[in-house]
Design a protein around this ligand. Structure first.
Ligand code: BES
Ligand code: MN
Ligand code: ZN
Length: 496
């Protein structure tokens, strides 16, 4: 979708959208257009009981004396309530309405409004962000059905007097959306297309002068003794990869932030095989790795003033004659031995080695991992909140705060010695599942055994990585949850 900016003028063709706040009198552009259409707009407003409430809209087809197809009035609600999230939702709903009406090209008129909770410029740029986020589709594999299913919306002309600031703000924040879309694309790919190897090839293209992308091949992974990760991979003909993204935008001697992702390109469960019902969802078990790739590309594109490392462990978890068995014992890179009780608790095995590697090799100031780690987090929180686990209160607070700003909410769970005991093993240092109950917490306790003193947070994103229903700015499917949250977290705490 193309978005361009211009001063307010009367469009001569296509479609026109005007935003109306609650209780707005006929002023500004609304009045001009009402005059032009010989009172048709004011009449339509009256007859439909349109008050400008958020969620209300009316459509006037073939307005009088104008050569355009339609005028769409969209209510934005109370002017005093307008903030960035509301603006994004309004933008999202606008895109949905235009697509429903099969509109291809639209002019959006936005009169200068005062009295919002954010500046008018921010309001406009967030509205446009919402529009872009909502218009996303993953159409790559549609052939005959493409025409019928594709969003119609192609081009937006955003008309507002004094658009320079808005344009600047939008162009810079739009880079975050590019990162979100990369993540959504990766998450949407089927597992026959997105293997550890192809994931690495796709993200190798993110390499730039300010970002190195290093791909570790199976023999290098073996030399590093990442046996926990390798144990998961050994049942699949698709060999593992580890990718290290190194972004340099901060001072030379500044410790990097680090972001770690679970990248299971397909999780069949392995020998502890999953039921077939819903198993197709396990193509997005690389969601954490997808967020790390999207975030790193966003940091590099917007030239963030930080140093950051992204590390993802990519494997496919399959049953076969060479697969890992329940009861197997592996020695992780950290030296700790692990009894593999359940081969379906594979994400934590991958992360154990990746966390250890990141901490040892890059000595980061913080580590944040993202993983579609447990079904139990979906039982606890559903699709709205992700689970947060941390050994550091300040880090946890900062992540929660950033999430609130971008409507990617996270809820903190406890960690403690009592939970940690549940993963002691008879035969090895640790086992990869606890007893019944507290499944998401014991998974996090397992990860913590591979973290030393580094401030660390774990986001269990199993419930939020895939949306089963459409939201105003998040269409059904891959959500990209985490990219905006972490970008905001970095902006707020490390770039000021
Ligand atoms: N990838 C799954 C978790 C998951 C479930 C993600 C549903 C998204 C949707 C993970 O590898 C897994 O299988 N976890 C097991 C752990 C259990 C064996 C201790 C689970 O949650 O059932
Ligand atoms: Mn699993
Ligand atoms: Zn998994």
């Amino acid at each position: 979708m193309k978005i361009s900016f211009s001063k307010i003028s009367m469009p001569q063709k296509h479609n026109l959208v005007i935003f109306v706040y609650e209780g707005q009198k006929l002023t500004g552009s609304l009045k001009k257009i009402d005059l032009k259409t010989e009172g048709q707009i004011s009449k339509a407003i009256k007859r439909s009981n349109f008050t400008g409430k958020n969620g209300q809209n009316i459509e006037v087809i073939s307005p009088n004396k104008m050569n355009i197809s339609r005028i769409l009035l969209i209510g934005i609600g109370d002017i005093k309530k307008q903030d960035s999230l509301l603006a994004e939702n309004i933008g999202g709903k606008t895109a949905n309405l235009l697509n429903k009406s099969k509109v291809e090209i639209a002019y959006l008129i936005m009169d200068n409004l005062d009295g919002m909770q954010i500046t008018f410029e921010k309001f406009c740029s967030h509205l446009l962000l919402g529009l872009r986020l909502s218009n996303y589709q993953f159409n790559k594999y549609l052939r005959n059905k493409l025409k019928e299913r594709k969003n119609s919306l192609k081009e937006i002309f955003f008309m507002v007097n004094n658009f320079e600031l808005i344009k600047k703000d939008f162009n810079s924040t739009s880079k975050i959306i590019d990162g979100v879309f990369l993540t959504r694309n990766l998450v949407s790919e089927p597992a026959n297309e997105l293997t550890p190897k192809s994931f690495a090839e796709i993200t190798k293209k993110l390499e730039k002068p300010n970002m190195k992308v290093e791909i570790l091949l199976p023999n290098q992974i073996k030399n590093l003794k990442m046996n926990a990760l390798l144990g998961v991979a050994q049942g699949s003909i698709n060999e593992p990869r580890v990718i290290v993204f190194r972004y340099n935008g901060g001072a030379k001697n500044e410790k990097p932030l680090s972001f770690i992702g679970k990248g299971v390109t397909f999780d069949s469960g392995g020998i502890s095989i999953k039921p077939s019902q819903g198993m197709e969802d396990m193509k997005w078990d690389m969601g954490g790795a997808g967020v790390v790739a999207g975030l790193m590309s966003c940091l590099s594109n917007r030239k963030a003033k930080v140093n950051a490392i992204g590390v993802v462990g990519l494997v496919e978890n399959m049953p076969s004659g060479s697969a890992q068995r329940p009861g197997d014992v592996v020695q992780s890179m950290s030296g700790q031995t692990i009894e593999v009780i359940n081969t379906d608790a594979e994400g934590r095995l991958v992360l154990a080695d990746i966390l250890w590697y990141t901490q040892k090799k890059y000595k980061p100031s913080i580590m944040v991992d993202l993983a579609t780690l447990t079904g139990a987090i979906i039982v606890a929180l559903g699709e709205k909140y992700a689970g947060l686990f941390s050994n550091d209160d300040l880090l946890a607070e900062r992540l929660i705060g950033a999430g609130k700003k971008v409507n990617e909410l996270i809820w903190r769970f406890p960690l403690s010695e009592d939970y940690d005991k549940l993963i002691n093993s008879q035969i090895a240092d640790v086992k990869n599942v606890g007893s019944r109950g507290a499944g998401s917490i014991t998974a996090a306790q397992f990860l913590q055994r591979f973290v030393n003193k580094t401030p660390w947070a774990h986001l269990d994103i199993a419930g939020v990585t895939w949306g089963n229903s459409s939201k105003p700015t998040v269409p059904k499917g891959g959500t990209g949850f985490g990219v905006r949250l972490l970008d905001q977290f970095i902006r707020d705490n490390y770039e000021k």
